[in-house]
Design a protein around this ligand. Structure first.
Ligand SMILES: [Zn+2]
Length: 272
């Protein structure tokens, strides 16, 4: 699944391709990707619209058009590719046709979704964006904010950090890295963490996310920002998928927390 840094890479790649370009036509080959409007509405409203900007909230891409916002989530396998031919592949589900190329939303798993809103709508107060927390590396996700949320949560900290409604941007790989850097066992109870733990989490989350964004994300399994981009962050991982702790040389343990494969060092990461 693409995580926030990968989505940021996709956003930057897409800006190079479609910014200030006008959509001539749209082809929808799999209806269910369009969430909140009919397929006819989707096509008719998008025709003639120019891509004014591309923003992001958490893992959602927000295409700012003349009159609309198109909100897109790639989920497991969604990707955008640009082509100059019209030889559509089996997994090209939505095609945005521009003057001299077409942009294809490709999704082998078909889990990705798109929502279209009028510009008059405050999209941050509507589904799906209303339940997206602030990016982990931004000021809004402050230590005070996290403290107020964490003290009410009885779950393992790993699950809390994966909950994108509290804080956005930390997927499974990044949470393992953050907890390793903060010296916290992934099964520590969220409400047991003290202020120093929360400061350590905030600091580690900011470092990990900023670094991952700079390096273009992590390429594990299948992710491509566009044709030839691959992320480099996997070369920087300290604990996720590793066998030996880089600090104490103990064997890295693998357990499941909240159903997710979790790597940690039982010597360096203390349970709270
Ligand atoms: Zn260790």
């Amino acid at each position: 699944m693409p995580e926030l840094p990968e989505v940021e890479t996709v956003r930057n790649s897409l800006k190079e391709i479609i910014l200030n370009k006008r959509i001539k036509d749209v082809v929808v080959r799999y209806d269910k990707i369009i969430e909140n409007v009919s397929v006819d509405d989707f096509i008719n409203k998008l025709k003639g619209q120019k891509i004014v900007d591309i923003k992001r909230k958490g893992k959602y891409l927000i295409f700012v058009l003349n009159d609309y916002y198109l909100v897109s989530h790639l989920r497991m396998e969604g990707k955008f590719f640009d082509y100059t031919d019209f030889d559509y592949g089996k997994h090209d589900h939505i095609i945005f046709i521009f003057d001299d190329f077409n942009l294809r939303y490709n999704d082998t798993r078909k889990f990705g979704r798109m929502d279209l809103f009028d510009k008059s709508v405050d999209i941050y107060k509507c589904k799906p964006l209303v339940s997206v927390g602030p990016d982990a590396n931004c000021d809004e996700a402050s230590v005070e904010y996290l403290e107020s949320k964490f003290k009410k949560i009885n779950k393992p900290i790993k699950e809390t950090l994966l909950d994108q409604s509290i804080m956005s941007g930390l997927g499974n790989i990044y949470v393992d890295e953050v907890l390793f850097m903060a010296h916290l066992h992934p099964e520590s109870k969220t409400c047991n963490l003290d202020l120093d733990d929360i400061k350590n989490i905030k600091e580690a989350a900011t470092i990990v996310l900023n670094k991952a964004i700079t390096m273009g994300g992590t390429t594990i399994k299948s992710f491509a920002a566009s044709h030839n981009h691959t992320g480099l962050f996997q070369n920087e991982l300290l604990v996720h998928t590793k066998e030996t702790c880089p600090i104490c040389k103990s064997k890295i343990e693998k357990i499941r927390v909240g159903g997710r494969g979790t790597y940690f060092c039982s010597n360096c990461q203390k349970i709270k």
